[in-house]
Design a protein around this ligand. Structure first.
Ligand code: NAD
Ligand code: TYD
Length: 361
């Protein structure tokens, strides 16, 4: 039985990944979830796993070398899947330091601890051990709005935000471990994810939540920026396939050729809500395109992201399964059915963040 150490498993993608892995492998795997539980980490995302003997949770900061080393000493870890990070561009513009701490130093701690636990005396690594570093396409910078240029694994790094710069640095550290020590790792660079359990500071859940409450929908600038959206389960599947089938030391881009302008996304959300909410639902009367408010643009706002997933398709056979029109419906339905989840995560600190961030909306 393989033992997984998943960092950041209480966040959006991490919790979806853990659900995916137990759906796929059942009791054939063990997962230890290590998470600091920042504002973005929420154990409610995993409450169905409480009492599962194959799942355990450790509250720890990935920058805490002692705590991370202890987990490696007490468990024979076969796989590390490293999600833990500060993940929101707007927050990184306001407060970059915590991004450097968690994303760069935290990754260094994870790499060192895994290396110490897995290294043989002759500098080789124990058979079958693998580290997967989960990263973003934002490390490649921004593409022109030409519909034909894409991010490939060979595209030079050119990060613009403190978030993407910190992720780029962490990727470089992983590459350095691969080159220097032949450390058994892979990197995945994925496009924007959407799905259940995403914190409502990000575009899609923020717009769904605001629309349901009749609050303005703050579109940065003209809303023409383009993101390449992937349903979160397809990302989880890609991570697992890369870890099991990928060539060690390689980077794989994950994305599903699903580019949309932000304004299109907001319009789709409103139209889908109007379509699926029954007339008897009091939230329906709140939902309107009149809520769209164009606000000041994000500083250094990247124009377009678009992944070319050719390598992962050719080498590993990964392809996305969820069409955007189905994924967005499924996602919106999930938020409609999980109002309490949204209430819980938007109480307290979120209010302060929102008022500060969206003063003009
Ligand atoms: P998230 O913000 O929802 O979750 C991050 C998790 O990490 C939270 O549970 C948080 O508590 C935990 N965490 C933060 N700092 C920590 C620390 N110091 N020690 C331990 N745990 C800590 O993020 P997400 O959207 O799920 O992203 C997960 C990973 O995937 C990140 O590395 C991100 O860069 C990458 N990624 C995200 C996207 C996306 O669209 N969301 C796309 C590509 C790659
Ligand atoms: P976001 O979900 O923050 O992801 P990222 O910046 O990592 O791509 O934002 C997605 C796009 O939506 C991005 O171009 C910024 C834009 N956006 C808005 O227009 N309004 C908002 O309130 C937010 C959060 C994002």
């Amino acid at each position: 039985m393989k033992t997984y150490l998943v960092t950041g498993g209480a966040g959006f993608i991490g919790s979806n990944y853990i659900h995916y892995m137990f759906r796929k492998y059942g009791s054939d795997i063990k997962i230890i979830n290590v998470d600091k539980l920042t504002y973005a980490g929420n154990l409610e995302n995993l409450k169905d796993l409480e009492g599962n003997p194959n799942y355990s949770f450790v509250r720890a900061d990935i920058c805490d070398k002692e705590a991370i080393t202890k987990i490696f000493n007490e468990n024979d870890i076969d796989r590390v899947v490293h999600f833990a990070a500060e993940s929101h561009v707007d927050r990184s513009i306001k407060n970059p330091e915590v991004f450097v701490n968690t994303n760069v130093l935290g990754t260094a701690v994870m790499l060192n601890a895994a290396k110490a636990a897995w290294e043989n005396e002759d500098g080789s690594f124990k058979e079958g051990k693998k580290f997967l570093h989960v990263s973003t396409d934002e490390v490649y910078g921004s593409l022109p709005d030409d519909g034909k240029s894409y991010f490939y694994e060979t595209t030079p790094y050119s990060p613009h935000s403190p978030y993407s710069a910190s992720k780029a640095s962490s990727d470089m550290l992983v590459k350095a471990y691969i080159d220097t020590y032949h450390f058994p790792a892979n990197i995945t660079n994925c496009s924007n994810n959407y799905g259940p359990y995403q914190f409502p500071e990000k575009l899609i859940p923020l717009m769904i939540n605001n629309a349901l409450h009749g609050k303005s929908l703050p579109v940065y600038g003209e809303g023409k920026n383009i993101r390449d959206w992937l349903y979160v389960d397809d990302h989880a599947k890609g991570i697992d396939m890369v870890q099991e089938k990928g060539r060690l030391g390689e980077t794989y881009n994950i994305g599903g050729h699903n580019e949309k302008r932000n304004i299109e996304i907001v319009n789709i959300i409103i139209e889908t809500l109007q379509e699926i909410l029954p007339d008897s639902d009091p939230r329906k009367k709140n939902v309107s395109k009149d809520l769209i408010t164009h606000v000041e643009d994000r500083k250094g706002h990247d124009l377009r992201y678009a992944i070319a997933p050719d390598k992962i398709k050719a080498e590993i056979g990964w392809e996305p399964e969820t069409m955007f029109k189905d994924g967005i419906k499924k996602t919106i339905k999930w938020y409609l059915e999980n109002e309490d989840w949204m209430k819980n995560v938007t109480s307290g600190d979120y209010q302060k963040y929102y008022e500060e961030m969206y003063k003009q909306a």
